[in-house]
Design a protein around this ligand. Structure first.
Ligand code: ZN
Ligand code: ZN
Length: 337
């Protein structure tokens, strides 16, 4: 029996990746009847789908962020459990990106496609590690899909922050972090390197930190930054969304050292342009080497590339003798991370 060609049963549409034999979309850009969601970031988990399937942690994150709008019915599927949807078998496997993040493993007509969502390969104390699955087609992100993007070890970057805190005990260190994933990872990494002081949080970061704690991820002592006396914040670490770091919010802080934790900080001009004194290259996305290592690990003869530097990754995969194509899906143009 010949197997069904993958491109005949998983197709890019204007609404997102559509799986016809299972009649569902993965991370749809617009509301649909049935959605499978890889993780809670806003460009993947959007409101108002009729039926949503995701890991229990992703559903909890969606409910925390969107309330009722998280979806009509929410169906949890634990990592590793198998589900039959129409003529497709579906399984969710850890992607190592943020809490609850999953790769969607699909089988139909004798072939297997893995839609990895967003992923990274280095250890992250706040989520389960990426598990490579052998497959016929691997669908990969390409956020940092250029050879210039090589993320340094996390310990080195957190070390820079701790060094600066010791060096400037009169100054406040304000670090821009994305609310889902990066914030909790920076906290957990600080704790791993022995930093036991309370960390002060912008109000927008509090709900998801509480959720991570409820889900069993220890973050150590945190306090709301709002309302804390100015002098109390001297020598302290304050975490805030990147937008708040850039605007008036951070001007009330005592002599702040402005920092951002992001893979984009690898681009020095970008750090400079946003007035960042202490850039920290900490990313929740695979860097160039992690992308290529993953293609080896999953041993897929075919790679489909979505959001980011699609052309560069397609070219590299082709050079490695793989079949590759860009999916050019909408809605992921501006990946915050
Ligand atoms: Zn993401
Ligand atoms: Zn993404």
């Amino acid at each position: 029996m010949s197997s069904a060609q993958p491109e005949t049963w998983l197709t890019p549409t204007s609404q997102g990746l559509y799986c016809a034999p299972g009649d569902f979309f993965i991370d749809p850009a617009r509301p649909v009847e049935r959605a499978v969601i890889t993780h809670g970031h806003g460009d993947h988990a959007r409101p108002a789908n009729r039926h949503v399937l995701a890991t229990p942690a992703t559903l909890a994150i969606m409910q925390s962020r969107m309330g009722e709008e998280a979806g009509g019915t929410l169906q949890p599927l634990a990592y590793g459990e198998t589900l039959r949807l129409g003529d497709v078998t579906l399984r969710l496997v850890p992607a190592g990106h943020v809490l609850g993040s999953a790769q969607v493993v699909l089988e139909h007509g004798g072939s297997r496609i893995v839609v990895s969502g967003d992923y990274k390969r280095r250890p992250d104390p706040t989520c389960a590690p990426f598990e490579p699955q052998r497959c016929d087609v691997f669908v990969t992100e390409a956020t940092f899909g250029l050879p210039v993007f090589r993320h340094p070890p996390d310990e080195q970057e957190i070390g820079k922050l701790l060094h600066s805190v010791r060096l400037f005990p009169e100054r406040c260190h304000v670090v821009g972090v994305y609310a889902l994933g990066k914030c909790q990872r920076v906290l957990a990494l600080l704790r791993r390197q022995g930093y036991a002081e309370p960390v002060y949080l912008h109000g927008a970061l509090l709900p998801l930190c509480a959720l991570y704690e409820q889900q069993g991820v220890a973050l150590g002592p945190v306090r709301p930054a709002t309302g804390a006396p100015r002098d109390e914040l001297r020598g302290r670490v304050v975490l805030a969304p990147p937008g708040a770091v850039a605007d008036l919010w951070s001007r009330r802080l005592p002599d702040p050292v402005v920092s951002i934790a992001s893979g984009w900080m690898r681009v020095k001009q970008r750090a400079k342009a946003s007035g960042v004194e202490l850039p920290l290259v900490i990313s929740d996305h695979a860097d160039w080497d992690e992308l290529l290592a993953t293609f080896d690990d999953v041993a897929a003869p075919e790679i489909w590339v979505t959001h980011g530097n699609e052309e560069a990754v397609v070219r590299q995969a082709t050079l490695q003798g793989l079949k590759a194509r860009a999916l050019s899906l909408r809605g992921f143009e501006d990946e915050a991370e």
